[in-house]
Design a protein around this ligand. Structure first.
Ligand SMILES: Nc1ncnc2c1ncn2[C@@H]1O[C@H](COP(=O)(O)OP(=O)(O)O)[C@@H](O)[C@H]1O
Ligand SMILES: [Mg+2]
Length: 490
């Protein structure tokens, strides 16, 4: 129970949140999938489940906690470092291993390639934890790890996994844990019979849904951040743990009414730049953008106005390229922007590859008579390490500023952008990304343009200092009186 620590009651290092997280800690079922919402307390739940398992079984408790990628694993390790030392556990960096005072051991590892799971053959664990199981495109490595769950000391072994809708493993995770009982809290029993001994073993499975609302440590800020990094549908899937939502348009925020404007003369003094997604057999897309300084009332300050596009498509044949040479495209670019001051051009980084000859970017430059140069675009597609990816940037601009004014608009003459951008679909295997089998050249080019000028909505204005502002002394008092955040036996 939460409360202030007193002399009689030892301070607590961690305690579960009421609701699903508590259910996870106490759940006796062999295989538990704890999931759904982002920020619902999954990572903390896994780390806490281990505390309780280690507490019960001491030196016989042997755990393995897995993530797909090393950088993801580091996040989990960092969080463990703020909890486990409070109960006297020691971390061994080299082996990524926690040793607890009672002898329990928890190891961390990542499995970047499916074959990495083979290294665990023959090991014995009493707990396997898979964090964000949806990052695994196939269940095969997971099933191999599951086979390592056994205990010579008779410890009840268990498998615990977490996940959100929308990863590369979305479909198999959904089929295994969600589809049989979409609302969760339902025991899915299965029995296996050992053909030699005739003995039957039960391997039950359960889905414990977690929701953001169940986590009192996260609030409106976190929801606002999520809303910047996915479509409305996907954000809803994340917030509510709704596994049915991954279909539909990738940019539902795009609307003709808000984002398509009749061409007007733009002031010469506005900064201009261009972006390009190269293609030959498939269309290339070149876009020219001007940056509004706010002097025209219909364009918010900082809004990107895509005032020209050149889409290299066979007339009437969507997604079929013109097969122009790089020199020809370069010449066409220079011809179209004659008389304009173009500050820079960004193009997909792969065009800088040199395969024994000049790169495509260089050939375009030479073809333009050295008039139109390029630099590699930032090709980050989805958010990484807290930084917004290109799709987030484009989405944030489509959503617009605090007053709802769009931060990117398209001249009605940019017909192929207007045709293909709203048609983009979610990648079925990775919902936060675009299905790259769709005609995505103009959107890619627009994404490079957005990444070259990152947009952030203005933070709310700070309250003016005044009699209501806290004094430094009051602030100090506040932080030193702060209750322990959470409690677990120290
Ligand atoms: N039982 C808990 N005690 C203290 N903090 C918690 C607890 N559960 C979650 N949190 C905090 O809430 C935030 C989100 O939880 P986290 O486990 O990272 O969510 P998820 O893994 O589902 O995205 C983190 O800052 C985490 O430390
Ligand atoms: Mg997590």
């Amino acid at each position: 129970m939460a409360g202030t620590a007193s002399a009689a009651e030892p301070a607590i290092a961690w305690e579960p949140l009421p609701g699903p997280q508590t259910a996870l800690i106490t759940c006796p079922v062999f295989e538990v999938f704890y999931g759904g919402a982002r920020g619902g307390g999954k990572t903390d739940g896994m780390l806490g489940e281990w505390l309780s398992h280690a507490d019960l079984h001491g030196a016989n408790a042997i755990g393995l906690m897995i993530r797909r990628e090393r950088t993801q694993l580091i996040e989990t390790i960092e969080r463990s470092k703020s909890i486990y030392p409070l109960i006297g556990a020691q971390y061994h960096e080299q082996d990524k291993l926690w040793r607890f005072p009672n002898g329990a051991r928890l190891r961390f590892a990542y499995l970047e390639r499916d074959a990495d799971a083979d290294a665990y053959q023959g090991h014995s664990y009493t707990r396997i934890y898979i964090e964000e199981i949806g990052n695994f495109p196939s269940p095969n490595p997971i099933m191999k790890l599951m086979a390592t769950l056994r205990s010579g000391a008779g410890v009840p072994v268990g498998f615990r996994a977490t996940g959100n809708p929308g990863g590369p493993g979305h479909h198999w995770v959904k089929a295994r844990y969600i589809d049989p009982a979409p609302k969760g809290w339902t025991m899915l029993a299965s029995e296996f019979r050992n053909p030699w001994t005739g003995e039957t073993v039960r391997r039950d499975r359960i889905y414990i849904p977690s929701r953001l609302q169940d986590n009192r440590y996260l609030g409106a800020d976190y929801v606002a951040n999520l809303q910047m990094s996915g479509s409305q549908e996907l954000v809803r899937a994340w917030l509510e743990g709704d596994w049915s939502v991954v279909a539909g348009s990738f940019f539902p925020e795009f609307s003709d009414a808000r984002h398509v404007v009749q061409p007007v003369a733009l002031p010469d003094h506005w900064a201009r730049f261009r972006a390009c997604d190269w293609g030959s057999a498939k269309p290339f897309s070149v876009g020219w953008y001007a940056v509004s300084d706010g002097c025209l009332p219909q364009f918010a300050r900082g809004c990107l106005v895509k005032y020209r596009e050149w889409y290299g498509m066979q007339p009437g044949q969507p997604n079929v390229g013109l097969k122009l040479t790089a020199e020809e495209v370069g010449a066409g670019v220079a011809q179209r922007e004659r008389g304009e001051v173009i500050e820079y051009g960004v193009i997909d980084p792969s065009t800088f590859r040199e395969d024994g000859g000049p790169s495509i970017a260089e050939r375009m430059y030479l073809g333009s008579g050295r008039a139109a140069s390029w630099r590699p675009a930032d090709n980050t597609r989805v958010a990484q390490k807290g930084a917004m990816g290109g799709w987030d940037q484009l989405r944030a601009r489509l959503k617009g500023d605090e007053e709802g004014r769009p931060m990117i608009v398209f001249f009605a003459t940019c017909t192929d952008t207007i045709r293909t951008l709203p048609a983009l679909q979610h990648d079925p295997a990775r919902a936060e990304d675009v299905d790259t089998s769709s005609e995505d050249h103009a959107p890619d080019e627009t994404r490079y343009a957005c990444m070259s000028r990152p947009y952030m909505r203005n933070a709310p204005k700070p309250k003016p200092e005044g009699p209501s502002a806290m004094t430094f002394d009051q602030f100090l008092k506040l932080t030193s009186d702060e209750k322990p955040r959470s409690r677990y036996r120290r």
